[in-house]
Design a protein around this ligand. Structure first.
Ligand SMILES: [Zn+2]
Length: 266
């Protein structure tokens, strides 16, 4: 009876949050539908604390995307549409989390909690390192060659961005611990290392294979097919590999690596 009552309250809170997310323009309507689907699978598979961990990700990345947004927009590098994330972005960042939450529900193996936590930590670390990296006073370096490149090139890393990303990963691991999702130190260590592997792979794919475009109006390097309302020219990478594909694969590989690490550590 109490559980049923709690579930109704949880669903009501989710509906209120969904309306708030659309009103605040954090996500577009399709993004909100996909986020709700991800939220429900996490609630179903991991429970309320899993959902709270997902909210920590949303809250941290929302605050840091908005943080000094106008400064980031001045250089044309901030997320387009006022920081609103599109459904493709939500799907790429959340679907792996959903899959591990569901696989935990069906298989009930403790070890599956670790790629679940890792996947959220990678999405958090990647978003934070991008958003904070944009504010770095120094020119970024390409992860593959360590040569200085223009800001906005995918696979470009800064010291500030990388440290912020790692701090983002650590905060998700800490929340996972205090929310009692998992409290095995070895497992959480594997999640943390898996998270760092994930953001490194993300940058590496960003540098090596992701499509980078050049704006025909302002010559700015961009990950986007459209800049200054015009189609951009492909400069390097493959046209069909965009930031979402890179996110999806780096989250998947990083999350799986946390499982392999557990077998290595123990
Ligand atoms: Zn432009």
């Amino acid at each position: 009876m109490i559980i049923e009552y709690l579930d109704i309250v949880t669903i009501l809170i989710l509906i209120v949050l969904a309306i708030l997310v659309i009103k605040l323009k954090i996500l577009d309507i399709y993004g909100c539908l996909i986020a709700s689907f991800i939220g429900i699978t996490v609630l179903f598979g991991i429970g309320l604390n899993g959902l709270i961990l997902l909210f920590v990700f949303f809250f941290l990345t929302y605050i840091l995307t908005k943080f000094r947004y106008h400064e980031k927009r001045k250089t044309g590098l901030a997320q387009s549409k006022g920081g609103t994330r599109a459904w493709t972005n939500v799907l790429a960042n959340g679907i792996i989390t959903s899959l591990f939450a569901l696989s935990y529900y069906f298989l009930n193996l403790e070890i599956l909690l670790i790629p679940f936590i890792t996947s959220i930590s990678i999405a958090t670390g990647d978003t934070i390192s991008t958003e904070i990296g944009l504010l770095s006073k120094h020119k970024p370096r390409l992860i593959t060659t360590f040569k200085k490149v223009e800001s906005g090139r995918s696979g470009a890393i800064t010291f500030l961005g990388t440290i912020s990303g790692i701090l983002g990963i650590c905060s998700i691991i800490l929340f996972a611990y205090f929310l009692n999702i998992n409290q095995n130190y070895n497992y959480l260590l594997a999640a943390g290392i898996g998270g760092i592997i994930g953001i490194i792979i993300d940058s590496y794919f960003g540098a090596a294979i992701q499509a980078n475009y050049i704006c025909r109006s302002c010559n700015q390097l961009t990950e986007s097919k459209i800049h200054h309302y015009r189609y951009t020219n492909l400069k390097n990478g493959y046209a069909y590999i965009d930031n979402n594909i890179v996110n999806l694969f780096s989250i998947f590989i990083g999350a799986c690596s946390s499982v392999f690490l557990i077998y290595l550590i123990i």
